[in-house]
Design a protein around this ligand. Sequence first.
Ligand code: SF4
Length: 227
Amino acid sequence: MKKAELKNYYQGLKYPKDILNILSDAFPDAKCALIHNNPFELLISTILSAQCTDTQVNKVTPILFKHYPTPSHLMLAPLSKIEEIIHSTGFYKNKAKNIKECARLIVENFDEEIPRSIKLLTTLPGVGRKTANVVLSNAFNINEGIVVDTHVKRISKRLSLTTVDDVEKIESDLMKKIPKKSWGIFSHLLINHGRTYCKSQKPKCSICPLNSICPYYFSLPTIKKDE
Ligand code: SF4
């Protein structure tokens, strides 16, 4: 493509659609990696996943939910017992306090139901926009925003879908470019892509399925393209 055509392509709607199509082919099974059986379990698992791998969270949550299967059970749980169960997820004191208080507020303010909007979810302790988006998209199929984690942030910049560092501004840039019906799957695809090819250090550009359209790859010197 000529320079002017390329500029139009990157600014148009075909580019994000091409990214979605290529990544959907590469990762047909992309989905939420946190194991959960209901919105309550997903909410608590997502809070526990801060600064921790999904795999580690999946090891502790079956024990946690076996003891405390609902918000009313969890709000009455001894803090020390919660801390003991979730210890390996890191920041366990804060997380234990947050999930216990979260459970209490769900019982007292929301009649045991997990709220279905970013505005209400973010009234809960330990819940920011990212966690709220995870819950809305994966538990309720509601696309109110886009989950921006470290993979989505890094890859969106490499793909020139955004130029900023602020997470909320990145989300807003992505919401303008990605078709709304794909907001949920977009994050899962980028997370899979980040773990497999577009790693933080040494992205595997030469074998990446996006390298024919990736501006970061185009900008690499030829010698680096083969690494
Ligand atoms: S070509 Fe490289 S920088 Fe571009 S998306 Fe693929 S791995 Fe990431």
